[in-house]
Write a protein that binds this ligand. Sequence first.
Ligand SMILES: Cc1cc2nc3c(=O)[nH]c(=O)nc-3n(C[C@H](O)[C@H](O)[C@H](O)COP(=O)(O)OP(=O)(O)OC[C@H]3O[C@@H](n4cnc5c(N)ncnc54)[C@H](O)[C@@H]3O)c2cc1C
Length: 252
Amino acid sequence: MYTARNYIKAESLAQAYELNQRRANAIVGGGCWMRMGERMYDTLIDLSALELDQIQDRGEQAALGAMVTLRQLETNFMLDKCFAGLFRKCTEHIVGVQFRNCATLGGSVWSRFGFSDIVTALLALDCQVELAGAGRMSLEDFVKMPRDRDVLAWVYIKKDGRPVAYETARNSETDLPVLTCALSRHEGTYRAVVGARPGGPRVVEDRGWDRLVEKVLALEYGDNMRGSARYRRHLAGVLLKRCKAELEVTGG
Ligand SMILES: Cc1cc2nc3c(=O)[nH]c(=O)nc-3n(C[C@H](O)[C@H](O)[C@H](O)COP(=O)(O)OP(=O)(O)OC[C@H]3O[C@@H](n4cnc5c(N)ncnc54)[C@H](O)[C@@H]3O)c2cc1C
């Protein structure tokens, strides 16, 4: 469990950013990941007074604040309707309801874990992030960046109506995934995302299904305690086919 000398509820994003520039300080989201470590922080920076716990329907896009919990993502009606149940499917296996009531979108996206169900699912959509310092950029660019001292404030998703599907394989119901897979189709182009390889998610696009499958199978897969590279490559083919079957049901 971590410890901290001070706790500050930030009054503005600018203040949170400034405080976070010190390496001894840290933003705290739900604290679910941080509590697994033993670090001693100087100051914990809480964003909960900044109205970032909102899921907003802004017409052509959905705006999700960094302090939105995984449970909010899972149960939000607008998200469920606009993104074909994607957020329900990518959250429902993450530990349990009490955990998902604490863990945040900001903590999940900022951490860029290779196994992240959330990042894999978001990458299948037209998605941008807004950082207090660096401003707005695509999620795809953000996940390639090294972790720095910036503060993630919002995630924006274009409501372009693309069909999207999500599948994972797990050794047991609430364990970390052995492989994550999302698939969408927009303007005739398939977009597949494969994560937990066990490295970070990879995005592959193609207009042709057979070429897309070839590209997904050609990705680099690795071994860890949850599965071998060979097993993961096999799973990638299976999960991709399942996603395609789901897309066909929703008109993709
Ligand atoms: C036991 C366990 C099992 C898990 N299983 C899964 C799983 O199956 N699938 C999955 O996708 N995820 C899984 N996770 C990850 C989990 O869903 C969250 O991603 C994780 O807990 C981080 O969210 P948090 O709100 O708790 O972040 P915190 O623990 O509060 O923070 C994590 C890190 O992010 C930083 N941070 C938080 N918010 C911001 C922000 N707005 N801006 C900048 N930096 C920020 C913190 O400083 C810290 O370094 C698991 C986590 C645990 C502990």
